[in-house]
Design a protein around this ligand. Structure first.
Ligand SMILES: [Zn+2]
Length: 125
């Protein structure tokens, strides 16, 4: 089994509605997102999948969050709090739709770092 990781990032504001503390107030983070891809077979170049291709796919997903107020975006504007947990699951679901995930290559996990020392990993297994 090969596991490959690619990192992306975006800057955005959020507020955690109902949180009993200062995270309920409007504030921002430099969010870092790590995508982990897995597979058992390599292509004829000896790659599971080109890092550049994964970076582009992740960047395309993160683009809609960059320099935005997350609470105003789908699906957060419908009452889903834009926590690192919910972001990790939503990014996982959107990234998984990319055409790079076929055959032997699958998305293993998405990790969202709210800060360098605080992160959440979402996976389906
Ligand atoms: Zn926050």
């Amino acid at each position: 089994m090969y596991k490959l990781k690619v990192e992306g990032a975006f800057e955005a504001a959020h507020q955690v509605e109902g949180y009993p503390g200062k995270c309920a107030r409007l504030h921002g983070h430099n969010w870092v997102v790590e995508a982990e891809i897995k597979g058992t077979e390599l292509d004829k170049l000896g790659m599971l999948v080109d890092f550049k291709v994964v970076k582009k796919a992740l960047g395309d997903v993160l683009e809609r969050f960059d320099h935005r107020f997350l609470n105003e975006l789908e699906p957060f504007k419908d009452g889903v709090n834009p926590t690192a947990e919910n972001l990790a699951r939503i990014i996982y679901g959107e990234l998984r739709e990319d055409k790079i995930f076929q055959g032997n290559v699958s998305l293993a996990a998405v990790t969202v770092f709210e800060s360098p020392k605080s992160s959440v990993t979402y996976s389906e297994a």
